[in-house]
Design a protein around this ligand. Structure first.
Ligand SMILES: [Zn+2]
Length: 339
């Protein structure tokens, strides 16, 4: 098999590896599409430490089942599946308490275990979810974003009719806004990039604020009738200031930090609003066990991700693309790699 492996910071190579055996409870997949995300470039540049080495990078995968190991039921050769990169241990106290997303020993493919930028891959059957025909390979790369968004909305206890300010209109922010609409809440999306906000508007997000042109405080004050937002979700890949976003919350408001890796340098600033307004702050970095719910939202077109892939990259061009991004990050969101 061929796999893109990161050996150390800035040392990525396409390695020829012996075929992997398929262990009990595991499934071999032929990769149909995988993704390159900011997690991969952050590990490449050393911004995110490499937890194991060499590491096959890539946390998104759509594949075709080619072989199943002992004890696998419900999946057969030829099935098309998406892989959840986060697999919980089922034995730690949070897992036993049905809080899988807080698992203490979570395996995260592409971060602390081999990911999916390879022609074939072997993954735990527990991590795989069958895809309905109507979901394209490219769209399926965003299932993790949708699952994380559902988890964020749940952790925030977002209620019908409540206002949620979402800071950061990248793929995760735009998907989170669509999920908030599905929950009948009122999203207000804030960013500095007019193009991303226009895309969100096209997808039905009717309150957007370009913080270059307008003061978000004033606009949010007006939209919420002066009470400010019940919830604030700060997308960690946003390049805006986290401290500032706390000001958008009402007294007693709920705040989520949502994402996988922080690219913002703006965690500085005053966090006094947490005390002053008695805010509740939660961190959400996965959508454990929410893949089926996310697949539903995609299959019913409740969440539209069709315009969110920022680049299509050929399998052989992965290194060039990541190098280019490392030198000159254009704020790409997710690049789809076709096998
Ligand atoms: Zn666990």
């Amino acid at each position: 098999m061929k796999a893109w492996r990161l050996h150390e910071k800035e040392k990525l190579s396409l390695d020829e590896l012996p075929a992997q055996s398929v262990g009990d409870g595991c499934v071999k997949l032929k990769t149909l599409a995988s993704g390159i995300s900011l997690t991969d470039t952050a590990m490449y540049t050393g911004k995110l430490p490499l937890e194991s080495s060499p590491l096959i990078i890539g946390r998104q995968c759509v594949g075709m089942v080619t072989e199943t190991g002992e004890g696998v039921s419900g999946l057969v050769r030829g099935d098309r599946v998406a892989a959840d990169p986060c697999v919980c241990c089922k034995t730690c106290p949070p897992c036993k308490a049905n809080r899988a997303d807080e698992c203490e020993k979570m395996i995260c493919y592409g971060v602390n275990d081999n990911g999916f930028l390879s022609d074939f891959t072997v993954a735990s059957a527990n991590a795989l979810y069958k895809l309905p025909e109507r979901i394209t390979d490219g769209d399926a790369l965003f299932i993790e974003h949708i699952a994380l968004s559902i988890n964020a909305v749940s952790k925030l206890n977002l209620e019908k009719g409540e206002h949620i300010v979402i800071v950061g209109a990248d793929a995760l922010g735009i998907i989170l806004a669509q999920v908030a609409l599905y929950y009948q809440a009122v999203p207000i999306l804030v960013d500095t990039d007019g193009e991303s906000l226009a895309l969100a508007e096209n997808l039905g997000v009717y309150y957007t604020v370009n913080s270059v042109d307008a003061d978000p405080m004033k606009k949010i004050f007006a939209i919420t009738g002066g009470k400010m937002a019940d919830c604030v979700a700060f997308v960690t890949t946003s390049r805006m200031a986290f401290g500032r976003s706390l000001e958008y919350a009402s007294v007693g408001g709920r705040v989520a930090l949502a994402g996988w890796t922080e690219v913002t340098e703006e965690f500085s600033g005053s966090f006094s609003a947490i005390l002053d307004k008695k805010l509740k702050v939660v961190g959400v970095n996965n959508g454990a066990k929410l893949f089926p719910a996310a697949i539903n939202l995609l299959a019913t077109r409740t969440v539209d991700v069709s315009k969110l892939v920022s680049r299509e990259v050929k399998f052989d061009d992965v290194e060039n693309f990541i190098k280019e991004q490392a030198d000159n990050a254009d704020g790409f969101i997710l690049a789809a790699v076709k096998a």
